[in-house]
Write a protein that binds this ligand. Structure first.
Ligand code: SF4
Length: 180
C-alpha cells in the first residue's frame, strides 16, 4: 500500500474501530481472567495486538526498515524482559547503559526479535511523516509510551503493569550495542 505523508499540523482523521476488533478485544479481556501463567497472558495480549495492528496499519505511516523509534526510549517491564530471555538467545545482564545507544536488538534497521518484541514496540505508531521520528520533534503519534491515549492499549498496558509494575529502558536489561 502506498502511504502518503502529512505535515505534522494536518490532523489525521482516524477510522472507527471495526466491530469484529471490538469483539475480539472483549473476548481477550475475558479470557485473560482465566489465564494463570503470566507468559501466557502476555502472549494473549501480543496476539490481540497483532490483530489490532492490522487495523492500525490502514492509517499509520510506519513501514519496514523505518527504525528511528528503536533509537529512542523503549520502556519495558521485567516480565517482558524475562519473556525475551526465555524465547531468544539473549540473557538479561543489567549492565550499565547509555540512552544514546540504539536498541540492542536493532540489526540492519530491522528488529531481530520481532515476534517477541515488547508491548511498547507494538503500540507506538506515527500518523503524519516518518521524518519527524528522525528529528525527535513533537508530532502525531498513536499509542506512544506504553499505549498512552489509545483506550484498548491502555487497558492491556494496565494488565501488564499489574503483573510487573517496574518499567525500565530495554537497554537496562540487555547487552548494549554502541552505535553512536
Ligand atoms: S525490540 Fe525491536 S522493535 Fe523494539 S526497539 Fe528494539 S529493535 Fe525496535
Amino acid at each position: 500500500m502506498i502511504k502518503t505523508y502529512k505535515n505534522k499540523s494536518e490532523i489525521t482523521d482516524l477510522p472507527p474501530i471495526p466491530q469484529e476488533l471490538q469483539s475480539e478485544f472483549k473476548n481477550t479481556i475475558h479470557q485473560l481472567n482465566f489465564i494463570k501463567n503470566n507468559n501466557e497472558k502476555l502472549e494473549k495480549i501480543y496476539d490481540f495486538l497483532d490483530s489490532y495492528n492490522k487495523f492500525v496499519d490502514t492509517f499509520s505511516v510506519c513501514h519496514n526498515g523505518c527504525s528511528a523509534c528503536c533509537k529512542n526510549e523503549i520502556q519495558i517491564t521485567k516480565l517482558e524482559a524475562q519473556y525475551i530471555q526465555d524465547n531468544t538467545e539473549h540473557l538479561i545482564s543489567n549492565n550499565y547503559f547509555n540512552k544514546n545507544w540504539d536498541c540492542p536488538f536493532l540489526i540492519n534497521n530491522s528488529c531481530s526479535i520481532y515476534n517477541v518484541r515488547p508491548f511498547s514496540c507494538r503500540t507506538m505508531h506515527t500518523l503524519d511523516d516518518p521524518k519527524y521520528c528522525e528529528t525527535n520533534e513533537e508530532h502525531q503519534l498513536y499509542g506512544a509510551y506504553f499505549g498512552r491515549g489509545v483506550p484498548m492499549y491502555e487497558q492491556m498496558a494496565a494488565i501488564i503493569k499489574t503483573i510487573s509494575p517496574e518499567i525500565k529502558d530495554i537497554r537496562y536489561y540487555f547487552q548494549k550495542t554502541k552505535n553512536k
